[in-house]
Design a protein around this ligand. Structure first.
Ligand code: TYD
Length: 186
């Protein structure tokens, strides 16, 4: 089973992924927690760009995130799924659509580029107020600005038809909402 968590910077994806992993392990499942950008060579280059070490065209960024996804699938996601594990992944195709379209890249082109990527069994959008999220996301990466995160949120709504939206509420309540959906599908 392939589960994806999406949302703007600072929405609490990592906390929720960890809690979901603990829940699934408690049910006796084998779980792999992973995230994009991944640990691939391309992912390492992306981290440098996100820190502001180098500037590239937004289309280049869309291509790099997509290339990283190809490597991530091959090295981590597909082998785990094939051996029957549950994969919980922070960010996937819709992150590239939402973020790079917010930079002005054509969303349909990004979707086309990502046609190779298998669809998750279930994807969540952890909703967050862009202002709160921008204030919380303080790793110094380039996209952590309120106005930008507003556009990202609009794109998640516009292109994320399959996303299950979880409204902002306490960590425990968000986790309970996620577990309810997941429990119904495993
Ligand atoms: P991430 O480490 O998930 O940041 P956070 O934990 O703060 O949410 O992602 C790093 C940044 O990369 C984040 O600003 C979102 C951006 N990003 C894209 O722009 N496109 C993509 O395809 C992905 C996967 C991430």
């Amino acid at each position: 089973m392939f589960i994806v968590l999406e949302g703007v910077d600072g929405c609490g994806k990592s906390t929720q992924a960890k809690l979901l992993g603990e829940y699934l392990k408690g049910l006796g499942k084998l779980v792999v927690l992973t995230a994009e950008p991944s640990k691939s060579m391309v992912g390492v280059a992306l981290r440098q760009i996100l820190r502001g070490d180098a500037e590239v065209d937004a289309r280049t960024l869309a291509l790099l995130f997509t290339a990283d996804r190809m490597e991530h699938l091959k090295a981590e996601i597909l082998p785990a799924l094939e051996s029957g594990k549950i994969v919980v992944c922070e960010r996937y195709v819709l992150s590239t659509v939402a973020y790079q379209a917010a930079q002005g890249v054509d969303a349909q082109w990004i979707l086309e580029l990502n046609r190779f990527a298998p669809k998750p069994d279930v994807s969540f959008l952890l909703e967050a107020d862009p202002k709160t999220a921008a204030a919380r996301a303080k790793s110094g990466e380039i996209f952590e600005r309120e106005d930008f995160l507003k556009r990202v949120t609009q794109n998640y709504y516009a292109y994320g038809g399959e996303l299950i939206r979880i409204p902002p509420q306490s960590v425990d309540k968000v986790q309970a909402a996620i577990r309810k959906v997941v429990a119904g599908r495993i």
